[in-house]
Design a protein around this ligand. Structure first.
Ligand SMILES: C[S@@+](CC[C@H](N)C(=O)[O-])C[C@H]1O[C@@H](n2cnc3c(N)ncnc32)[C@H](O)[C@@H]1O
Length: 229
């Protein structure tokens, strides 16, 4: 049962906390806004929402670049967020999860998403605010909810939702767990004591965040936008 829970959330022992929170929120938003039509998944990586969208959309086109560090098995188009090889207004909806921080020219990529979306098309983006370096060296920026709003409004999108996913406890509990996990190898891993500690810290952080969600310290934001013109 526990194994299934981790698999379903595409998570590991050391990051189930953020994956659980993210997936719950993202899927609720996707249920609400993306019900049919052609979907582009910009910077899809391993396409973690492939099964989720399977019976909802008519096409789920994943695009990622040549140097993608994830498995390329689920990428439909090897290309770039800056140049999506389809005509104007081809897609009904777009998702772009945890990609903006890896784009050296986010503004250019948002303009391209605007171009390939139909009028009234919805896009769901997520981007971290407080998070460690990852997928280096292509890790360029962090985003506040204000920065995200600015970028999308500037490019003629209407902001429908701008959601802060956590407070202090989840962010720093999770970062502490990532730090500690560096030591979870060899005999320490075999004994399993650190694994247990990592899980307990995440559970405690989750509960404390429920009690006091101090949003200024969020690890992640999700923004839902609509192409209005
Ligand atoms: C943190 S991963 C997120 C992957 C996936 N969206 C997810 O939620 O699991 C960032 C992704 O952005 C991709 N990426 C980075 N630069 C890109 C670019 N210029 N065009 C398209 N994808 C890019 C990376 O290859 C990687 O798959």
């Amino acid at each position: 049962m526990l194994k299934n829970f981790f698999k379903k959330n595409n998570a590991k022992i050391y990051n189930i906390l953020v994956w659980y929170i993210f997936n719950k929120e993202f899927k609720a938003l996707a249920e609400k806004y993306i019900k049919k039509g052609k979907l582009v998944d910009i910077g899809c990586g391993a396409k973690p929402y492939k099964t989720f969208f399977k019976d909802k959309v008519s096409e789920h086109v994943g695009i990622d670049h040549q140097d993608c560090l994830h498995s390329k098995d689920n990428i439909d188009i090897i290309g770039s967020a800056y140049e999506i090889p389809v005509e104007n207004a081809y897609f009904d909806n777009a998702i772009c999860t945890a990609v903006l921080e890896h784009l050296e020219e986010p503004d250019k990529a948002i303009k391209e998403a605007y171009r390939v979306l139909k009028k009234e098309g919805i896009a769901i983006y997520s981007a971290p605010f407080i998070w460690h370096l990852h997928e280096e060296p292509r890790d360029f920026y962090r985003y506040s909810k204000y920065g995200l709003r600015y970028l999308f409004e500037k490019n003629n999108f209407e902001v429908l939702e701008n959601i802060v996913l956590s407070g202090f406890w989840v962010t720093f509990g999770q970062l502490f767990v990532y730090y500690l996990n560096r030591f979870n190898k060899g005999i320490i891993r075999a004994i399993g004591i650190l694994t247990l500690i990592l899980l307990i810290i995440q559970l405690v952080a989750y509960v404390l965040d429920k009690i006091d969600k101090a949003e200024r310290w969020t690890w992640m934001n999700i923004i839902v936008v609509k192409k209005v013109k």
